[in-house]
Design a protein around this ligand. Structure first.
Ligand code: CA
Length: 245
């Protein structure tokens, strides 16, 4: 059979959009072409002022930033960007002898750098590394902790932290939903109404003691003190001291 098997679908279906800030026309054109070949869309700013304009109007997956630019330099662009946006990844494009530039750039919030003259495969590798870091940071942010226990939103489990060792406990759907609501804001008291809305939405009203039933089950699994009750007001998980143990 000559029919080709479909290749694996790319992890990210949306086109990545990159801002290139580079005043050298030859380097700029080479980078824009290489990005296009790699399936990435690019805007090309040829000066610092142009870069600021692009950044104020668009959201980019990454910025490739030359430091030596006419008029407003790359460091100013970077500092301005970081003053209002700490997330957009920035890779500095710097000269071989620009060690001070590299360090200053990293101090000012750049994520990485490549040294000129660079090969595009190196730039693309840095962009892939940034994407991997972004994905693992997202996965890590799906973990909620109050110091004494940690809720893993991916596995729907709670890890109990104790001096004698950690213990992992699996939760039912409703138990998880309740813990997620409480663990999102350790120390905050959530009312019956808030929790019931979280568990049941606006739809079918639960039996009057359904919430107590779930909390009773959670206390059996996690310990009597895992969920505190403030009479007449609601329930809470305590704010632990040492998060991330
Ligand atoms: Ca330059």
């Amino acid at each position: 059979m000559s029919a080709r098997k479909p290749i694996d679908a790319p992890k990210k279906s949306m086109t990545e959009k990159i801002l290139l800030v580079e005043d050298d026309p030859m380097i700029g054109e080479a980078v824009v072409n290489a990005l296009a070949d790699a399936g990435k869309a690019a805007d090309w700013a040829r000066s610092g002022w142009e870069a600021t304009g692009f950044l104020s109007e668009n959201k980019y997956d990454a910025v490739l930033l030359d430091l030596g630019l006419p008029g407003k330099d790359g460091m100013s662009v970077l500092r301005e960007l970081r003053a209002k946006d700490s997330e957009t990844p920035v890779v500095i494009l710097t000269a071989r002898d620009g060690l001070d530039d590299r360090l200053a750039g990293l101090d000012a919030g750049a994520d990485d750098y490549v040294v000129k003259p660079f090969h595009m495969s190196e730039v693309l590798a840095r962009l892939r590394a940034i994407e991997r870091r972004r994905q693992s940071a997202q996965a890590a942010s799906k973990v909620l902790t109050n110091g004494t226990m940690t809720l893993n939103c991916e596995t729907k489990t709670v890890r109990l932290h104790a001096p004698e060792g950690d213990k992992e406990v699996a939760l039912s759907k409703r138990e998880f939903d309740l813990m997620e609501a409480l663990m999102t804001r350790p120390g905050a008291i959530l009312s019956r109404t808030t929790l019931e809305e979280r568990l049941y939405g606006d739809g079918d009203m639960p039996e009057s003691n359904a919430l107590e039933f779930i909390i009773h089950g959670l206390r059996k699994k996690l310990g009597a003190n895992a969920i505190g009750n403030v009479r007449g007001l609601g329930w809470m998980v305590h704010k632990g001291r040492a998060a991330g143990r």
